[in-house]
Design a protein around this ligand. Structure first.
Ligand code: NAG
Ligand code: NAG
Ligand code: NAG
Ligand code: NAG
Ligand code: NAG
Ligand code: NAG
Ligand code: NAG
Length: 375
């Protein structure tokens, strides 16, 4: 095992050795549930539903810290001090993705790396009390406390966000039709009936909640996952075996609806893939942008994986990462949750960049606004 780990670390260090551009898409870290059930209502503040938890912050901080080592030290892709030309950060318009991005950036540019002021006594157009003036002495030259670096996080509102929310019926109404058709398919309905008459009966009894649809099983799986990451005990009788069954149902649901449909895949991936092609091309042309980071959702990752023919058995866990590294030698590596992963339609695990563009272009939708209209 240890040898394997050393080999794996060596492999990863080797792959990032000559990266000239990196894109990361992540799922937000652990969060509070968005809906409460009788079995978990005691554990959560009803005012904080859906919010990133301290555990979720920590997850993203650690990713940032590790990326600082990989991308400023192992390979000097990024400066150790924030340089706005090198980095672009975008989050979906929800608290948990914005806070995840912020947490990760604090790991990438930790306290102590922020800028200094050139004038010690600058003040805003407001009278500063003695109470506030004292902070200036404490700050010294540091612009912000503890020499913190603030990073701009771009946010695009849901209905306009085809890049990270392309799968969402808010931004693409057509997807809701495709999803409805898939949820009425024989495969889906048969699975649903099989589970409803079997394992979901057991889990309903254990949890004291009626669970008879794939959607509700997926929601329950997420609720239990939120508890797991927050150290909340499960109800007596709930165990790993039952949780695993729910995980499989959730995994099926996430990748089947809507991403088993080619049109839905195109609609969900087109905008992001075009942006990725543009960013990689600018890097090969000597452009300044080295790292583009997108803070998004499990469904965003599921979409991009599906479009690359890499549908998974399980829903991407909290703080999952999908990383594309473009190398000097005109290849691209795809790393899902830290595992270098072959794109099946590419000739090599280090995918030649022209082939890679072709694969991304196979999801191209020329006019998303029209294609997303209800049919
Ligand atoms: C390209 O670079 C990657 C990352 O360093 C390396 O693993 C791969 O073998 C190289 N591929 C070619 C064709 O040189
Ligand atoms: C800010 O000033 C401190 C103390 O002089 C110095 O150590 C640090 O490198 C400076 N930071 C930057 C970003 O220049
Ligand atoms: C700020 O303080 C100065 C001097 O005491 C005073 O003249 C001025 O009106 C104050 N401004 C505001 C916005 O309170
Ligand atoms: C579901 O499919 C059945 C036949 O397969 C069809 O009669 C029904 O209208 C469909 N319902 C929806 C909501 O699409
Ligand atoms: C989990 O619970 C189910 C249902 O009560 C039971 O059949 C199974 O043996 C339990 N598994 C473990 C590992 O405890
Ligand atoms: C997906 O996009 C590709 C590239 O534009 C196109 O050839 C293909 O027909 C599209 N598939 C569907 C089902 O819309
Ligand atoms: C920031 O990065 C750009 C692009 O690499 C470079 O041209 C510029 O000099 C850097 N700025 C600083 C202050 O290092």
């Amino acid at each position: 095992m240890l040898h394997f780990m050393i080999w794996l670390i060596f492999l990863l260090e080797f792959t990032i050795g000559n990266a000239i551009f990196v894109t990361e898409i992540s799922r937000h870290g652990a969060r509070a549930p968005t809906k409460l059930y009788p079995f978990d209502i005691a554990f959560w503040d009803p005012n904080l539903l859906g919010e990133l938890t301290p555990t979720g912050m920590r997850q993203h901080y650690l990713i940032g810290h590790e990326f600082r080592r990989r991308y400023t030290q192992v390979t000097p892709l990024l400066s150790e001090i924030y340089n706005s030309s090198e980095i672009y950060v975008q989050a979906t318009s929800s608290d948990r993705t914005i806070m995840s991005a912020w947490s990760q950036m604090l790991g990438l540019y930790p306290l102590g790396t922020g800028p200094n002021v050139t004038l010690l006594n600058t003040a805003p157009p407001m009278n500063i009390s003695a109470y506030t003036a004292s902070i200036q002495n404490a700050l010294g030259k540091a612009a912000l406390t503890n020499s913190m670096q603030v990073i701009p996080i771009n946010v695009i509102q849901g209905p306009k966000d085809h890049v990270l929310h392309g799968y969402d019926s808010d931004s693409c109404a057509r997807i809701s039709q495709i999803s409805a058709t898939l949820k009425n398919s024989t495969v889906y309905l048969n699975n649903q009936q099989y589970w409803a008459n079997g394992i979901l009966k057991t889990i309903s009894e254990v949890l004291g909640v009626k669970i008879s649809t794939i959607s509700s099983a997926s929601n329950i799986h997420t609720a239990l996952e939120c508890d797991l990451y927050n150290g909340n005990p499960w109800k007596t009788g709930m165990n790993e075996t039952l949780f695993e069954q729910l995980a499989q149902i959730h995994g099926f649901s996430k990748f089947y609806v809507p991403f088993s449909d080619a049109e839905a895949r195109n609609l969900s991936c087109s905008a992001f893939f075009q942006e990725l092609i543009g960013n990689i091309k600018q890097a090969f042309n000597g452009g300044d942008l080295k790292f583009a980071y997108y803070s998004a959702h499990d469904t965003t990752l599921a979409a991009f994986l599906s479009c690359l023919d890499l549908a998974q058995d399980y829903n991407p866990p909290f703080a999952s990462t999908l990383v594309f590294e473009a190398y000097q030698n005109a290849t691209v590596g795809l790393i899902y949750n830290d595992v270098l992963t072959e794109i099946p339609s590419c000739s090599n695990i280090y995918c030649p960049v022209d082939e890679f563009y072709e694969i991304l272009n196979s999801a191209y939708v020329p006019d998303l606004e029209t294609a997303c209209k209800l049919q």
